[in-house]
Design a protein around this ligand. Structure first.
Ligand SMILES: [Zn+2]
Ligand SMILES: [Zn+2]
Length: 265
């Protein structure tokens, strides 16, 4: 009998994550790699998938009805296909994180580094195709394998692909506006917001962090926020007084707060 594994994932119509048992462990062929999943992060997008469904697929792919979830993935190569025997990079024991979007790498968006808006495919690990909530994952798109530097753990590498990269990307877009005198509001101190605070700290700007949870105060301050509030309207900050605002919550009350507190240029 061939070896099997367990996994957790999505089945259309079910609002809870489902356990899959006795899934055959695939054998890589050609230019495929079998990754042993060493770490897989949990994300708010996971309940979003369960509640609202997977990311829509582009034709000729049809929308997914069943797949293994988990999109923040890091692992080690445990087997490679025949075409990769003796490859200098994709070899047994190699440590890699996975870029979530299985983008084509060739369309205009991809060539501009905008993989998440690939015009050819919207397939993504754990969001509409098999991801990391299993022991072994077959990787066919080698472009999605990102080598993990020495000294970086699998756990850190896994969350870097999403909850670090997302705020990093947002901050990169406006980094030319950030100076030590810049006052910045970070709304939401979950995975994204706390990583944003740590990245922004490198710019020596003034960081005000907010979240509805009072228990996140110590962590936000430790990571570099200058102030922490559960209700900005009860602070001394005036409306239209922030140079930049990052919203890592994305609900109507935080939109309203951004609109109220951003400086009018
Ligand atoms: Zn995510
Ligand atoms: Zn593309």
């Amino acid at each position: 009998m061939s070896p099997t594994q367990s996994a957790y994932g999505y089945i259309a119509g079910q609002k809870q994550i489902q356990q899959f048992d006795n899934i055959p462990i695939p054998t890589p062929t050609g230019k495929q790699v079998l990754l042993k999943v060493e770490a897989a992060g949990l994300c708010l997008s996971d309940p979003h998938v369960l509640i609202a469904g997977p990311i829509e697929s582009k034709p000729p792919m049809t929308n997914a009805t069943k797949f293994v979830m988990g999109h923040e993935i890091a692992g080690s190569i445990c087997a490679v296909g025949n075409d990769l025997k003796n490859h200098h990079l994709y070899k047994k024991g190699g440590r890699f994180a996975l870029q979530i979007a299985k983008a084509c790498g060739e369309c205009e968006a991809c060539r501009q580094g905008d993989d998440s808006n690939c015009t050819v495919t919207s397939q993504a690990y754990g969001l509409n195709e098999d991801g990391g909530f299993q022991q072994y994952l077959l990787v066919s798109n080698l472009r999605t394998l990102l080598p993990i530097p020495d000294g970086v753990s699998y756990e850190v590498a896994a969350v870097t692909t999403d909850s670090v990269l997302t705020p990093f990307h947002a901050i990169q877009k406006v980094k030319h506006l950030i100076q030590p005198t810049t006052k910045i509001l970070v709304q939401g101190c979950g995975g994204l917001g706390l990583n944003a605070v740590q990245i922004l700290k490198n710019y020596n700007c003034y960081i005000v962090a907010t979240d509805v949870k009072p228990q996140l105060k110590d962590l936000a301050l430790e990571y570099g926020a200058n102030e922490y509030h559960t209700d900005l309207s009860k602070s001394s900050h005036e409306p239209m007084s922030f140079d930049l605002i990052f919203d890592f919550v994305g609900i109507q009350p935080t939109f309203d707060t951004s609109e109220k507190y951003i400086k009018v240029r």
